[in-house]
Design a protein around this ligand. Structure first.
Ligand code: IPD
Ligand code: CA
Length: 354
Protein backbone atom coordinates (compact mmCIF):
# COMPACT_ATOMS: atom_id res chain seq x y z
CA UNK A 1 0.00 0.00 0.00
CA UNK A 2 1.40 3.44 -0.97
CA UNK A 3 1.84 6.06 1.82
CA UNK A 4 -1.08 8.07 0.39
CA UNK A 5 -3.34 4.96 0.30
CA UNK A 6 -2.22 4.15 3.87
CA UNK A 7 -3.13 7.65 5.10
CA UNK A 8 -6.49 7.45 3.24
CA UNK A 9 -7.28 4.14 4.90
CA UNK A 10 -6.34 5.57 8.34
CA UNK A 11 -8.69 8.51 7.82
CA UNK A 12 -11.51 6.12 6.76
CA UNK A 13 -10.94 3.93 9.86
CA UNK A 14 -10.97 7.01 12.10
CA UNK A 15 -14.22 8.21 10.53
CA UNK A 16 -15.79 4.75 11.01
CA UNK A 17 -14.58 4.69 14.65
CA UNK A 18 -16.07 8.16 15.28
CA UNK A 19 -19.40 7.14 13.66
CA UNK A 20 -19.49 3.89 15.68
CA UNK A 21 -18.70 5.76 18.91
CA UNK A 22 -21.40 8.36 18.13
CA UNK A 23 -23.96 5.63 17.38
CA UNK A 24 -23.08 3.93 20.66
CA UNK A 25 -23.44 7.25 22.48
CA UNK A 26 -26.76 8.00 20.78
CA UNK A 27 -28.13 4.54 21.68
CA UNK A 28 -26.90 4.83 25.28
CA UNK A 29 -28.38 8.32 25.54
CA UNK A 30 -31.70 7.08 24.09
CA UNK A 31 -31.75 4.20 26.58
CA UNK A 32 -30.96 6.56 29.49
CA UNK A 33 -33.65 8.96 28.30
CA UNK A 34 -36.21 6.14 28.14
CA UNK A 35 -35.17 5.07 31.64
CA UNK A 36 -35.50 8.66 32.93
CA UNK A 37 -38.93 9.12 31.38
CA UNK A 38 -40.05 5.70 32.66
CA UNK A 39 -38.94 6.55 36.18
CA UNK A 40 -40.53 9.97 36.08
CA UNK A 41 -43.88 8.64 34.92
CA UNK A 42 -43.92 6.42 38.00
CA UNK A 43 -43.35 9.33 40.39
CA UNK A 44 -46.14 10.00 42.88
CA UNK A 45 -47.85 13.28 41.86
CA UNK A 46 -47.68 16.27 44.22
CA UNK A 47 -51.40 16.21 45.01
CA UNK A 48 -51.05 12.72 46.48
CA UNK A 49 -47.85 13.60 48.37
CA UNK A 50 -49.90 15.62 50.85
CA UNK A 51 -52.35 12.74 51.45
CA UNK A 52 -52.77 10.90 54.75
CA UNK A 53 -51.50 7.57 53.41
CA UNK A 54 -48.46 8.75 51.53
CA UNK A 55 -45.95 6.52 53.37
CA UNK A 56 -48.12 3.49 52.62
CA UNK A 57 -48.46 4.59 48.99
CA UNK A 58 -44.70 5.06 48.54
CA UNK A 59 -44.04 1.52 49.69
CA UNK A 60 -46.93 0.07 47.67
CA UNK A 61 -45.65 1.77 44.49
CA UNK A 62 -42.14 0.44 45.04
CA UNK A 63 -43.43 -3.08 45.63
CA UNK A 64 -45.89 -3.03 42.70
CA UNK A 65 -43.09 -1.99 40.35
CA UNK A 66 -40.78 -4.68 41.75
CA UNK A 67 -43.45 -7.35 41.45
CA UNK A 68 -44.28 -6.15 37.93
CA UNK A 69 -40.59 -6.51 37.11
CA UNK A 70 -40.86 -10.23 37.97
CA UNK A 71 -43.44 -10.60 35.18
CA UNK A 72 -41.63 -8.85 32.36
CA UNK A 73 -39.19 -11.49 31.14
CA UNK A 74 -41.93 -14.07 30.63
CA UNK A 75 -44.29 -11.54 29.01
CA UNK A 76 -41.60 -10.43 26.57
CA UNK A 77 -40.42 -13.91 25.64
CA UNK A 78 -43.81 -15.57 25.20
CA UNK A 79 -44.36 -16.47 21.56
CA UNK A 80 -40.76 -15.78 20.53
CA UNK A 81 -37.90 -18.21 19.89
CA UNK A 82 -36.62 -17.43 23.37
CA UNK A 83 -39.77 -18.83 24.99
CA UNK A 84 -39.47 -21.99 27.07
CA UNK A 85 -43.23 -22.52 27.22
CA UNK A 86 -45.81 -22.27 29.98
CA UNK A 87 -44.11 -25.15 31.77
CA UNK A 88 -41.57 -22.67 33.19
CA UNK A 89 -44.40 -20.88 34.99
CA UNK A 90 -45.02 -23.52 37.65
CA UNK A 91 -48.79 -23.52 37.11
CA UNK A 92 -50.96 -24.98 39.87
CA UNK A 93 -54.71 -25.18 39.54
CA UNK A 94 -57.06 -23.92 42.27
CA UNK A 95 -60.83 -24.55 42.09
CA UNK A 96 -60.64 -25.91 38.51
CA UNK A 97 -58.37 -25.89 35.46
CA UNK A 98 -59.54 -22.41 34.47
CA UNK A 99 -58.64 -21.08 37.94
CA UNK A 100 -54.91 -21.30 38.45
CA UNK A 101 -51.87 -19.46 39.70
CA UNK A 102 -48.23 -19.46 38.65
CA UNK A 103 -45.01 -19.50 40.67
CA UNK A 104 -44.72 -15.77 39.94
CA UNK A 105 -48.13 -15.06 41.55
CA UNK A 106 -46.76 -16.72 44.70
CA UNK A 107 -43.36 -15.02 44.44
CA UNK A 108 -45.06 -11.61 44.03
CA UNK A 109 -47.40 -12.14 46.96
CA UNK A 110 -44.48 -13.21 49.10
CA UNK A 111 -42.43 -10.17 48.10
CA UNK A 112 -45.27 -7.74 48.81
CA UNK A 113 -46.52 -9.27 52.08
CA UNK A 114 -43.02 -9.64 53.58
CA UNK A 115 -42.12 -6.02 52.83
CA UNK A 116 -45.47 -4.68 54.08
CA UNK A 117 -45.38 -6.63 57.31
CA UNK A 118 -41.80 -5.67 58.01
CA UNK A 119 -42.56 -1.93 57.58
CA UNK A 120 -46.06 -2.02 59.10
CA UNK A 121 -46.00 -4.96 61.53
CA UNK A 122 -49.41 -4.18 63.04
CA UNK A 123 -51.26 -4.03 59.71
CA UNK A 124 -53.45 -6.90 58.48
CA UNK A 125 -52.83 -8.38 55.04
CA UNK A 126 -55.30 -10.26 52.83
CA UNK A 127 -53.72 -11.75 49.72
CA UNK A 128 -55.30 -13.82 46.97
CA UNK A 129 -52.73 -16.59 47.01
CA UNK A 130 -52.47 -16.86 50.82
CA UNK A 131 -56.27 -17.11 50.91
CA UNK A 132 -56.33 -19.78 48.18
CA UNK A 133 -59.75 -21.39 47.91
CA UNK A 134 -60.74 -20.38 51.48
CA UNK A 135 -63.17 -17.57 52.19
CA UNK A 136 -61.31 -14.22 52.34
CA UNK A 137 -60.72 -13.12 55.95
CA UNK A 138 -63.26 -10.48 57.05
CA UNK A 139 -62.25 -6.81 57.11
CA UNK A 140 -61.75 -5.40 60.59
CA UNK A 141 -61.23 -1.82 61.71
CA UNK A 142 -57.47 -2.37 61.62
CA UNK A 143 -55.43 -0.95 58.74
CA UNK A 144 -55.60 -3.73 56.13
CA UNK A 145 -53.84 -4.36 52.83
CA UNK A 146 -55.64 -6.31 50.11
CA UNK A 147 -53.38 -7.70 47.42
CA UNK A 148 -53.70 -9.38 44.07
CA UNK A 149 -50.12 -10.30 43.17
CA UNK A 150 -51.11 -10.85 39.52
CA UNK A 151 -54.54 -9.94 38.25
CA UNK A 152 -55.26 -11.38 34.83
CA UNK A 153 -53.20 -14.54 35.40
CA UNK A 154 -54.67 -16.16 32.28
CA UNK A 155 -53.49 -13.17 30.23
CA UNK A 156 -50.11 -13.34 31.94
CA UNK A 157 -49.68 -17.04 31.11
CA UNK A 158 -50.69 -16.29 27.50
CA UNK A 159 -48.19 -13.41 27.29
CA UNK A 160 -51.00 -10.88 26.83
CA UNK A 161 -50.10 -7.40 28.15
CA UNK A 162 -53.39 -6.87 30.05
CA UNK A 163 -52.22 -8.06 33.44
CA UNK A 164 -51.21 -6.18 36.58
CA UNK A 165 -50.23 -6.12 40.24
CA UNK A 166 -52.88 -4.65 42.55
CA UNK A 167 -52.31 -3.32 46.07
CA UNK A 168 -55.21 -1.77 47.96
CA UNK A 169 -55.29 -0.35 51.47
CA UNK A 170 -58.27 -0.06 53.84
CA UNK A 171 -58.85 1.93 56.99
CA UNK A 172 -61.78 1.19 59.29
CA UNK A 173 -63.15 -1.28 56.78
CA UNK A 174 -63.13 1.15 53.82
CA UNK A 175 -60.72 1.14 50.84
CA UNK A 176 -58.77 4.42 50.94
CA UNK A 177 -55.80 3.93 48.67
CA UNK A 178 -55.10 1.98 45.49
CA UNK A 179 -51.95 1.19 43.51
CA UNK A 180 -52.18 -0.79 40.27
CA UNK A 181 -49.17 -1.46 38.05
CA UNK A 182 -49.41 -2.97 34.59
CA UNK A 183 -45.78 -3.81 33.75
CA UNK A 184 -46.06 -4.56 30.03
CA UNK A 185 -48.16 -1.51 29.17
CA UNK A 186 -46.01 0.52 31.61
CA UNK A 187 -48.98 2.09 33.37
CA UNK A 188 -49.12 2.96 37.03
CA UNK A 189 -52.57 3.87 38.38
CA UNK A 190 -52.72 5.60 41.75
CA UNK A 191 -55.51 7.00 43.89
CA UNK A 192 -56.06 8.13 47.45
CA UNK A 193 -59.37 9.04 49.08
CA UNK A 194 -60.26 12.65 48.36
CA UNK A 195 -57.06 13.24 46.38
CA UNK A 196 -57.97 12.06 42.89
CA UNK A 197 -56.86 9.28 40.56
CA UNK A 198 -53.80 9.30 38.32
CA UNK A 199 -52.25 7.28 35.50
CA UNK A 200 -48.50 7.78 35.14
CA UNK A 201 -48.72 11.10 36.96
CA UNK A 202 -51.63 12.47 34.88
CA UNK A 203 -54.99 13.02 36.53
CA UNK A 204 -57.73 10.77 35.12
CA UNK A 205 -61.47 11.39 35.33
CA UNK A 206 -64.76 10.46 33.70
CA UNK A 207 -65.98 14.08 33.50
CA UNK A 208 -66.08 13.98 29.71
CA UNK A 209 -68.58 11.05 29.74
CA UNK A 210 -71.47 12.57 31.66
CA UNK A 211 -73.86 12.53 28.72
CA UNK A 212 -73.18 8.91 27.73
CA UNK A 213 -76.02 6.41 27.63
CA UNK A 214 -75.94 2.64 27.23
CA UNK A 215 -76.51 2.87 23.48
CA UNK A 216 -73.15 4.53 22.89
CA UNK A 217 -71.25 2.70 25.64
CA UNK A 218 -68.58 0.03 25.54
CA UNK A 219 -69.64 -2.56 28.11
CA UNK A 220 -67.22 -4.98 29.75
CA UNK A 221 -67.87 -8.22 31.62
CA UNK A 222 -65.68 -11.22 32.38
CA UNK A 223 -66.59 -14.90 32.23
CA UNK A 224 -64.58 -15.86 35.33
CA UNK A 225 -63.63 -19.49 35.83
CA UNK A 226 -67.00 -21.17 36.48
CA UNK A 227 -68.05 -23.44 33.62
CA UNK A 228 -71.41 -24.62 35.02
CA UNK A 229 -74.21 -24.61 32.42
CA UNK A 230 -76.52 -22.47 34.55
CA UNK A 231 -73.83 -19.84 34.99
CA UNK A 232 -72.79 -19.81 31.35
CA UNK A 233 -76.46 -19.47 30.33
CA UNK A 234 -76.97 -16.56 32.72
CA UNK A 235 -73.84 -14.74 31.52
CA UNK A 236 -74.68 -15.34 27.87
CA UNK A 237 -78.27 -14.30 28.49
CA UNK A 238 -77.11 -10.97 29.95
CA UNK A 239 -74.70 -10.43 27.04
CA UNK A 240 -77.46 -11.25 24.55
CA UNK A 241 -79.86 -8.77 26.17
CA UNK A 242 -77.16 -6.10 26.03
CA UNK A 243 -76.40 -6.68 22.37
CA UNK A 244 -80.09 -6.77 21.49
CA UNK A 245 -80.77 -3.64 23.49
CA UNK A 246 -77.93 -1.92 21.68
CA UNK A 247 -74.58 -0.81 23.04
CA UNK A 248 -71.52 0.34 21.13
CA UNK A 249 -69.71 -2.93 21.81
CA UNK A 250 -68.75 -5.43 24.48
CA UNK A 251 -65.34 -6.40 25.83
CA UNK A 252 -63.80 -9.03 28.13
CA UNK A 253 -60.24 -7.95 28.82
CA UNK A 254 -59.43 -10.70 31.35
CA UNK A 255 -58.35 -8.51 34.27
CA UNK A 256 -61.06 -7.25 36.60
CA UNK A 257 -58.65 -4.75 38.18
CA UNK A 258 -57.70 -3.26 34.81
CA UNK A 259 -61.37 -3.19 33.80
CA UNK A 260 -61.98 -0.81 36.72
CA UNK A 261 -58.90 1.28 35.85
CA UNK A 262 -60.09 1.43 32.23
CA UNK A 263 -63.56 2.67 33.22
CA UNK A 264 -61.79 5.24 35.43
CA UNK A 265 -59.82 6.42 32.41
CA UNK A 266 -62.79 6.20 29.95
CA UNK A 267 -61.38 3.34 27.86
CA UNK A 268 -64.54 1.48 28.88
CA UNK A 269 -67.89 2.98 29.89
CA UNK A 270 -69.17 0.30 32.22
CA UNK A 271 -68.11 -3.06 33.71
CA UNK A 272 -70.26 -5.49 35.65
CA UNK A 273 -69.73 -8.80 37.41
CA UNK A 274 -71.78 -11.25 39.46
CA UNK A 275 -74.40 -12.65 37.10
CA UNK A 276 -73.57 -16.06 38.53
CA UNK A 277 -70.35 -17.47 39.98
CA UNK A 278 -68.05 -15.21 38.00
CA UNK A 279 -68.34 -12.52 40.71
CA UNK A 280 -65.09 -11.04 41.89
CA UNK A 281 -63.23 -11.16 45.20
CA UNK A 282 -62.06 -8.30 47.48
CA UNK A 283 -58.60 -8.22 45.80
CA UNK A 284 -60.22 -7.75 42.39
CA UNK A 285 -62.04 -4.66 43.69
CA UNK A 286 -60.08 -2.97 46.45
CA UNK A 287 -57.41 -0.87 44.69
CA UNK A 288 -59.42 -0.49 41.47
CA UNK A 289 -62.45 0.73 43.38
CA UNK A 290 -60.55 3.67 44.92
CA UNK A 291 -59.14 4.52 41.48
CA UNK A 292 -62.58 4.35 39.86
CA UNK A 293 -64.37 6.35 42.57
CA UNK A 294 -61.65 9.01 42.67
CA UNK A 295 -62.00 9.36 38.89
CA UNK A 296 -65.72 10.04 39.42
CA UNK A 297 -67.17 6.62 38.50
CA UNK A 298 -70.39 5.29 40.01
CA UNK A 299 -70.02 1.88 41.68
CA UNK A 300 -73.02 -0.11 42.86
CA UNK A 301 -73.94 -3.62 43.77
CA UNK A 302 -75.26 -5.28 40.56
CA UNK A 303 -77.89 -7.45 42.20
CA UNK A 304 -78.13 -6.02 45.67
CA UNK A 305 -77.02 -9.41 46.98
CA UNK A 306 -80.58 -10.50 47.59
CA UNK A 307 -81.50 -7.42 49.61
CA UNK A 308 -85.06 -6.71 48.41
CA UNK A 309 -84.80 -3.08 49.41
CA UNK A 310 -82.48 -2.63 46.45
CA UNK A 311 -85.59 -2.54 44.22
CA UNK A 312 -88.89 -0.66 44.50
CA UNK A 313 -92.37 -2.18 44.07
CA UNK A 314 -92.06 -2.23 40.31
CA UNK A 315 -88.71 -4.00 40.55
CA UNK A 316 -87.08 -0.71 39.56
CA UNK A 317 -83.51 -0.52 40.79
CA UNK A 318 -82.98 1.95 43.60
CA UNK A 319 -79.90 4.06 43.08
CA UNK A 320 -78.17 4.00 46.41
CA UNK A 321 -77.50 0.26 46.64
CA UNK A 322 -74.13 0.56 48.27
CA UNK A 323 -71.39 -1.69 47.03
CA UNK A 324 -68.99 -3.40 49.38
CA UNK A 325 -65.84 -5.24 48.37
CA UNK A 326 -67.00 -8.55 49.82
CA UNK A 327 -70.00 -8.51 47.51
CA UNK A 328 -69.66 -10.73 44.47
CA UNK A 329 -71.83 -8.57 42.26
CA UNK A 330 -70.84 -5.10 41.11
CA UNK A 331 -71.41 -2.58 38.39
CA UNK A 332 -69.13 0.40 37.76
CA UNK A 333 -69.74 3.02 35.09
CA UNK A 334 -68.88 6.52 33.97
CA UNK A 335 -72.25 7.97 35.06
CA UNK A 336 -75.48 7.00 36.81
CA UNK A 337 -77.52 6.70 33.61
CA UNK A 338 -75.14 4.18 32.08
CA UNK A 339 -74.99 2.19 35.33
CA UNK A 340 -78.76 2.08 35.72
CA UNK A 341 -79.52 1.32 32.08
CA UNK A 342 -76.87 -1.38 31.94
CA UNK A 343 -78.02 -2.93 35.21
CA UNK A 344 -81.65 -3.03 34.11
CA UNK A 345 -80.75 -4.65 30.79
CA UNK A 346 -78.33 -7.29 32.11
CA UNK A 347 -80.78 -8.26 34.88
CA UNK A 348 -83.68 -8.25 32.43
CA UNK A 349 -85.60 -5.58 34.36
CA UNK A 350 -87.69 -3.11 32.36
CA UNK A 351 -85.88 -4.34 29.32
CA UNK A 352 -87.90 -2.27 26.87
CA UNK A 353 -87.54 1.07 28.61
CA UNK A 354 -83.84 0.76 29.48
C1 IPD B 1 -59.43 -12.92 37.67
C2 IPD B 1 -59.54 -11.80 36.65
C3 IPD B 1 -60.72 -12.09 35.73
C4 IPD B 1 -62.01 -12.25 36.52
C5 IPD B 1 -61.86 -13.31 37.60
C6 IPD B 1 -60.68 -13.00 38.49
P1 IPD B 1 -56.99 -13.53 38.50
O1 IPD B 1 -58.39 -12.69 38.54
O2 IPD B 1 -59.69 -10.56 37.26
O3 IPD B 1 -60.89 -11.04 34.84
O4 IPD B 1 -63.02 -12.65 35.65
O5 IPD B 1 -63.05 -13.35 38.36
O6 IPD B 1 -60.55 -14.03 39.43
O7 IPD B 1 -57.34 -14.94 38.81
O8 IPD B 1 -56.45 -13.38 37.15
O9 IPD B 1 -56.24 -12.87 39.58
CA1 CA C 1 -54.65 -13.07 40.94
Amino acid sequence: MSPSQQSHSNVTSSIIAVIAASCGWILREKYEQQKRSRNSKYEIPNDLQSGDHIEEMKLAVKLAIQAGGNMIEYLEQKGTDAENGESTLGISSKSNDADFCTAIDIQNEDLVTKALSSTFPTHQIIGEESTGTDKPAPLTNEPTWIIDPIDGTTNFAAGCPLTCVSIGYCIKGEPVMGVVFSPKTEELYLAMNGKGAYRNGERISVNSCQSKTLSNSVVCFEFGSSRAKEGVDKMMGAAKRLLMHGCRSTRSYGSGVLDLCYVASTRLDVVYTGMYEEGWKPWDYCAGMVIAEEAGCIIRSLKGDGKVKEFDDERKVILDSKFDIYSDSMICGVNTTVVEQCRNVVLGIHHNQA
